[in-house]
Design a protein around this ligand. Structure first.
Ligand SMILES: *Cc1c(COP(=O)(O)O)cnc(C)c1O
Length: 386
């Protein structure tokens, strides 16, 4: 009865439909399912953060509308965290904005900077929101393939001049979902030069900056010289503190960009529940040993899974960061075919093409199940004929 708006018709087809159907079918058949498809931590939020929420929830002044941009105390905590983690100075009043999860900010940023016909440069495979948010704003995505030969970094030099001219936004995401690749400061320097040349706003999604192994510390885009003139960085408490359900994140960097996004938001939402912000302050300023312990858990899982898959004949790089493994599909099958065969054994992985065409030939494994379940998944994967 109701004709849907063009922007909904312009969304790309949902590629997991077939696998979702199959999953439901296998489940209905009574098979025990081990889901390695979910990018959502299974570990609980650390208890000192929960306690901060409990206390803050009892205070009536926290029940009212929060400030649009986030409590100054929260933004100051973000700025202190940035200083200690990245040695980057941020003005909490002008260069920090609270978000209802980083997805919210990413989804709204094109509304502030994209006019119909403008282009966003979007990595592929990639987090789907960069493209869909661009479509909602009336823009077009120009996809930047992330390939093994290119170390899963986009080839900025290969972007046609007419495209670069029309581009307003460049989305990047390191450590990367789904490829688990990392970027170094040299790459970020190139990004700054490219963005300056073409007047493009860089939107770096750093959701996995704290999930890294063997002592590796992923850099911030804002550590690159000149980055603040051209870019913003999205962060999330979701992955660092196992807070995906809480909905709190933040964006930092270029003040005009932060202000533009803030104007969109002040017309759409009314900020983050203050009790959640107070718990967020506790997370950022409190004891960080919870993060180290979590990394310890992921490290064990990563080692087990990477080694197990290699022994089973799969090719993959052991990730330096993120909680994903990006694994090659052996010659002779597609991502979807292999995922279906795993599913018949009750193991869910995500076929790479679901994140964009250049993801074909890979599957993604999330390290978000207990190690015993991962071992069981490996046993089952070994029984699949390659
Ligand atoms: C999980 C994730 C996010 C968003 O998380 P929020 O919970 O909205 O903060 C953003 N980007 C990527 C690539 C992610 O995987």
């Amino acid at each position: 009865m109701f004709e849907k708006a063009e922007r909904l018709k312009r969304l790309p087809p949902y590629l997991f439909k077939e696998i979702d159907r199959k999953k439901a079918e296998v489940k209905a058949g009574g098979v025990d399912i081990i889901d390695l498809g979910i990018g959502d931590p299974d570990l609980p939020t650390p208890s000192h953060i929960i306690k901060a929420l409990q206390e803050a929830a009892l205070v009536p002044s926290n029940h009212r509308y929060p400030s649009y941009s986030g409590m100054l105390e929260f933004r100051a905590a973000v700025s202190e965290w940035y200083k200690s983690r990245f040695n980057v100075d941020l003005d909490p009043e002008k260069e920090v904005l609270a978000l209802i999860g980083s997805k919210e900010g990413i989804a709204h940023v094109p509304l502030a900077f994209i006019n119909p016909g403008d282009i966003s440069l979007v990595p592929s495979p990639g987090y789907p929101v960069y493209n869909t948010a661009t479509i909602f704003a009336g823009g077009e995505s120009f996809f930047l393939p992330l390939t093994e030969e290119g170390k899963f970094l986009p080839d900025l030099e290969g972007i046609p001049a007419q495209v670069a001219q029309r581009a307003k936004l460049l989305f990047l995401n390191y450590p990367n979902n789904p490829t688990a690749a990392v970027a170094d400061e040299e790459f970020f320097d190139k990004v700054v030069a490219f963005a300056q040349r073409h007047g493009i706003l860089v939107c770096h999604d750093a959701a996995y900056s704290e999930i890294a192994y063997d002592g590796f510390r992923p850099p911030s885009f804002l550590q690159a010289k000149g980055s603040r003139e051209v870019g913003i960085e999205f962060h999330s408490l979701s992955k660092t503190y196992n807070m995906t359900g809480w909905r709190i994140g933040f964006v930092v960097g270029n003040r005009e960009a932060v202000e533009g996004l803030g104007t969109i938001k002040s017309n759409v939402d009314s900020g983050v529940f203050q009790a959640v912000q107070l718990a967020g302050i506790k997370a950022l300023k409190g004891d960080q040993s919870c993060v180290e312990r979590m990394i310890g858990v992921y490290t064990q899982r990563r080692n087990l899974m990477a080694e197990g898959l290699r022994k089973a004949g799969f090719k993959l790089a052991v990730p330096k960061a993120s909680f994903y493994l990006w694994v090659k599909v052996p010659e002779g099958s597609t991502s979807a075919q292999l995922a279906t065969r795993f599913l018949e054994k009750g193991v869910v992985v995500t076929p790479g093409n679901g994140f964009g065409e250049p993801g074909e030939g890979y599957f993604r494994v999330a390290l978000t199940q207990e190690i015993e379940r991962m071992a069981e998944a490996l046993d089952r994967i070994r029984t699949v004929q390659l």
